[in-house]
Design a binder for this molecule. Sequence first.
Ligand code: GLU
Length: 471
Amino acid sequence: MTRKVRTRIAPSPTGFLHLGTARTALFSWAYARHHGGDFILRVEDTDEARSTQEAVDQIIAAMKWLNLDYDEGPFFQMQRIERYREVIGQMLVAGSAYPCYCTPAELDAMREAQRARGDKPRYDGRWRPESGKALPVVPDGVKPVIRFRNPVDGVVTWDDMVKGPITISNGELDDLIIARPGADAATLIGTPTYNFCVVVDDWDMQISHVIRGDDHVNNTPRQINILHALGAELPVYGHVPMILGPDGDKLSKRHGAVSVTQYEDAGYLPEAMLNYLARLGWSHGDDELFSREQLVSWFDGHHLAKSPAQWDVAKLNWVNGHYLKALPDASLAVQVSDRFAARGITVPVDDHLARLCALFKDRCATTVELAEWLAMYFLDVEPRDEDLSAHVTDAVKPAVQSLRERLVDIEWSKPAISAAIKEVITAHGIKMPQLAHAVRVLVCGRAQTPSIDAVLELFHREVVIGRLQIE
Ligand code: GLU
């Protein structure tokens, strides 16, 4: 029988959900969904000094926003410490782990001597039990760390889902510390270390596929050796290359926003984010735009790229613009109203707002941009001096005045406004763009907008009349 597909995302809550982690979560989620398996959220919070509840909350909120639903969890490693200690206890009995009483000073001296000889610094195995070997005398007052008894010979090989076969010689790996010293004499086993907790969790949670960033490739042979020592079934590993910034360096804060929450706040849509993230390191032919359902039906673990993907804001904006335009105007109105609310401005979700969204959405990549455009309908505008002097010239002012007078008592509709504008330009012998630009600057606070009659129709008449008042 083949194993049930169970994947996980294991973020460390030391910061917000990074785009790279979100992408790994997406791949793990899509792979599980494709196979009708389970997706698990595990919070790796053993770095107590740097882990925060705020980060946990943000990670969970970002997963929810992206609609990456998990079947189990969140599990917290700090709540599983006793389980890790229990496994270490069993390993000590079985001989696959051992206490090491080297002091930090001794370890320093060991490394120093190795360097002096031109050797690679590594633990020399002085506390490693071997048959026929006499171990040093346990020193007074030193609390031991626990080390994993790594095989000395042979190699570790796995067939990586992304990178293909990888082989590491055991000679490269020294005996990993799996637990720090206990806090007191009664506690032999202190805090278990990161690489160990991951192994026990993947084992206990019956993870079948570990998809993660390739910054973890070096941990994998160690984790595989421990899993072997525990008699555990190995997961399949897939190491996805890092996401790079536009300059080719690993994507970081230096390149701009790197947390999912920042993109949510900047007016990106979750479906667009998901679509864009999926294409960073995975492809399905030339398809750039696809639904969640298509992603799930296509994501079979193949076509994962070996080379790193580059973050491309222009492409993200293009994808987001596509999703934004595809949304029903009534839904877009809800999103835009939320954007105003975030700025402390109450804008009711109604047919008027939906019509505004329909008129302006073509020129926007994000809902924040759309709300910026629509602000002219809900807030006062302040035309810039250079726009006023360029467009509201003495030659055009009389025409503006005439238009203002006509708008007072026409039917308030796009055709009637259009007819009034045409009559005024004919009467004043000026060109359409001259009047349209002046009206835009005065009413909208900017010289470029969609068709002016359509734009004006959606204002209250009194607002237009008031803004066209020039002394
Ligand atoms: N907590 C690790 C990280 O945030 C993930 C480890 C793993 O996926 O095995 O990078």
